[in-house]
Ligand binder design. Structure first.
Ligand SMILES: [Zn+2]
Length: 222
């Protein structure tokens, strides 16, 4: 047996750790959405595996099951660090609600800032942390994206199903309503249109392999 640590670059190890940690949160989210009758197909997140390619310049790479179907980028960060929702499908809305969920679930300390894949099967998750070292994620802090997310996120039908609290309560608004506002907790956010998007069928996953260089995996600033 070879010594893994001596062969793997730090970036690959970090990428693997990020993906594995993120996947654990994804499992919790999936389990929660499974309990909601109207949520429809749950989001799934692929595990990553290593392969050793001695003839390549980069001998190690992460490998994931190839997804059969159209690969879509549901959301990501633009150059200014703002979250961009790139699709308006039901799956994209679930991704957006997943971001809201992880933000609330971690008290505003963790965000999945890149979600992409085929239909409800996600891979190559991008992670941002508010403060360095949070939950062992090997990422530098990126607090700006959290501020932007708080002002940018628009709750949708699935945020409502999950009972997530609205985010767009700025200090200015709080000050404006403080004299009249009660101390009761904020109500769960509602769907924008109150309608349930059509359920989409899950794509089948082939057993073919796809190489995915892990250097592109992490959303964390290097
Ligand atoms: Zn929301």
């Amino acid at each position: 047996m070879f010594n893994l640590k001596s062969f793997f670059s730090l970036s690959i190890l970090q990428a693997c750790k990020i993906q594995n940690l993120a996947r654990e949160y994804c499992k919790i989210f999936a389990a929660q959405t499974r309990m909601i009758e109207n949520f429809g197909s749950e989001l799934e997140f692929l595990p990553l595996y290593f392969i050793y390619r001695p003839a390549r310049n980069i001998p190690y790479a992460t490998v994931e099951v190839e997804l059969k179907g159209v690969y879509l980028h549901y959301c990501g960060l633009d150059k200014a660090g703002s979250l961009v929702v790139k699709e308006r499908s039901e799956v994209a809305q679930k991704c957006s609600s997943f971001q809201h969920w992880i933000y609330q679930h971690t008290n505003g300390n963790l965000l999945f800032t890149r979600l992409e894949g085929v239909d409800t099967i996600m891979t190559n998750i991008g992670v941002s942390v508010k403060s360095e070292g949070y939950q062992g994620f090997p990422c530098r802090a990126n607090p700006l994206v959290f501020e932007k997310f708080q002002s940018q996120h628009q709750c949708n039908y699935f945020c409502g199903l999950l009972g997530l609290r609205p985010l767009k309560v700025t200090e200015k608004l709080r000050a404006a309503v403080r004299p009249k506002a009660s101390q009761s907790p904020q109500p769960p956010c509602r769907a924008d249109n109150g309608q349930c998007p059509q359920t989409q069928r899950k794509s089948l996953i082939s057993r073919k392999k796809k190489e995915n260089i892990s250097e592109n995996v992490s959303e964390c600033p290097s």
